[in-house]
Design a binder for this molecule. Sequence first.
Ligand code: SF4
Ligand code: SF4
Length: 471
Amino acid sequence: MMELGTTVMVITFIFNLAMIGVAGLFFHESWREQETRAVKFGLAGLAIHICFVFLLITVPIFQYILLIYLTVLVFFGLILLVPGRKNASALKGTSGCVVGDVEKFDERDVVFARNESLEPGSERYKQYYETHPDLKERDDLRRAKGGNLGRICSVDGSPPIIVNMVKGSFSGIKTMESNPHPQVPQGDEQIQIDPQEATERIKKWALQLGADLVGIAKIDQRWMYSHKGHLREYQDINTWGQEINRNFTYAVVIATEMDHEVMYAAPHSPVLVETMRNYSMGAFITSTIANWFAQSGYEAAADYASHYESLMVPLAIDAGIGQFSRMGYVISEKFGARLRLAAVLTDMPLVADKPVDLGVDEFCQACKKCAESCPSRSIPMEGKIVKNGLLRWILDDDSCYAYWGRVGTDCGVCMIICPFSRPNRSIHRLIKWLLKRSPVARKLLPHLDNVVYGRKWKTRRSPAWVNYKPQ
Ligand code: SF4
Ligand code: SF4
């Protein structure tokens, strides 16, 4: 039999070794992620627990102090493991934030559509601003400064290598442009397929085509645009103002991951290269699947880049891809907000996924990192408000896009600073696992995160292939 003193010594020694391992892992991960403040915490943790080893060996009484420390940590860990009630409104998906009548959104009111489709002096321009005089001044100002993104990558002096990467990436979309609405071939029989089988096949195929996440939403008609607003040079008919009333019932929603290392450059040029790559991926995946639906005798539309008939964020929430957040993006479990969304709308019967509760709502109440780091102060610091029958945080998209116009990129600071957006590995995975289950973790961890990682965004080094700085 071991004596009590020896038992305590062995337990505390093993525990301390484990803590050295955890601190070392945290230091290593933080170093890879260029989290300078967290690196210091990792180093401090390592140093303290290495000192404990010497104290354990040289000062026998210290083992009892360490035992108290161990007991407190275990107790704290157990509290974090106590599961709580799920957020009922999150589990209802978008219906959980509907508190009144919702009027369908009109794509003509989207800032990008206004900028692309309303040519100054045209009849369409005149008519639109007669009914929306409040938008005219800021839209004219945006046009005078070069449109939605102003001069591409102007924040970095528009380096030609990077600007051409942006254009090259976007060209992928143009190869798909002829077919966002594939025609069902005349005379062919509609294939009959069990909805469960169709769903499983399509989901696996979407992943094979390059999607990182895929979910199925039963389409809530409130999230279909009422009218077309984009007038793209490659659309063969003038669809601006056309009423959208196609009878789609399901949406295959896909998400592709925005690479975290490229996003470290936010708000600089690499972010825009990565955005365009993702839009092209979305165009390829959704056009391919939309064509399969049409060939199989079902109506389909590929919604990507500027070919939208529906709103991506609500569809993604109802498809179980993630949750709505303070910054307005969908936050997923694996990649946080580092996502680009696209969808295929169809009338083929499928099996819908369920909305998820990842703890985002409660985390966002306390976190506010995105709002504090937003260069244009477009993300609200306050609570949710009701607009058009929906209770949610509302982004000031005008000031956000004005900032995009100034820097010539799509910024991405809010997307990358979000704690959920950290790489999907080790410690971050454990934290997300806890957030899914524990009400205490949802309350406590946003504050802890602010202490360990800091509150403000600092641009980091991005990979050499997308270096935007003059050599
Ligand atoms: S940064 Fe914080 S407040 Fe903003 S969306 Fe992410 S979790 Fe929510
Ligand atoms: S993209 Fe940039 S400017 Fe727009 S809300 Fe996010 S942080 Fe703010």
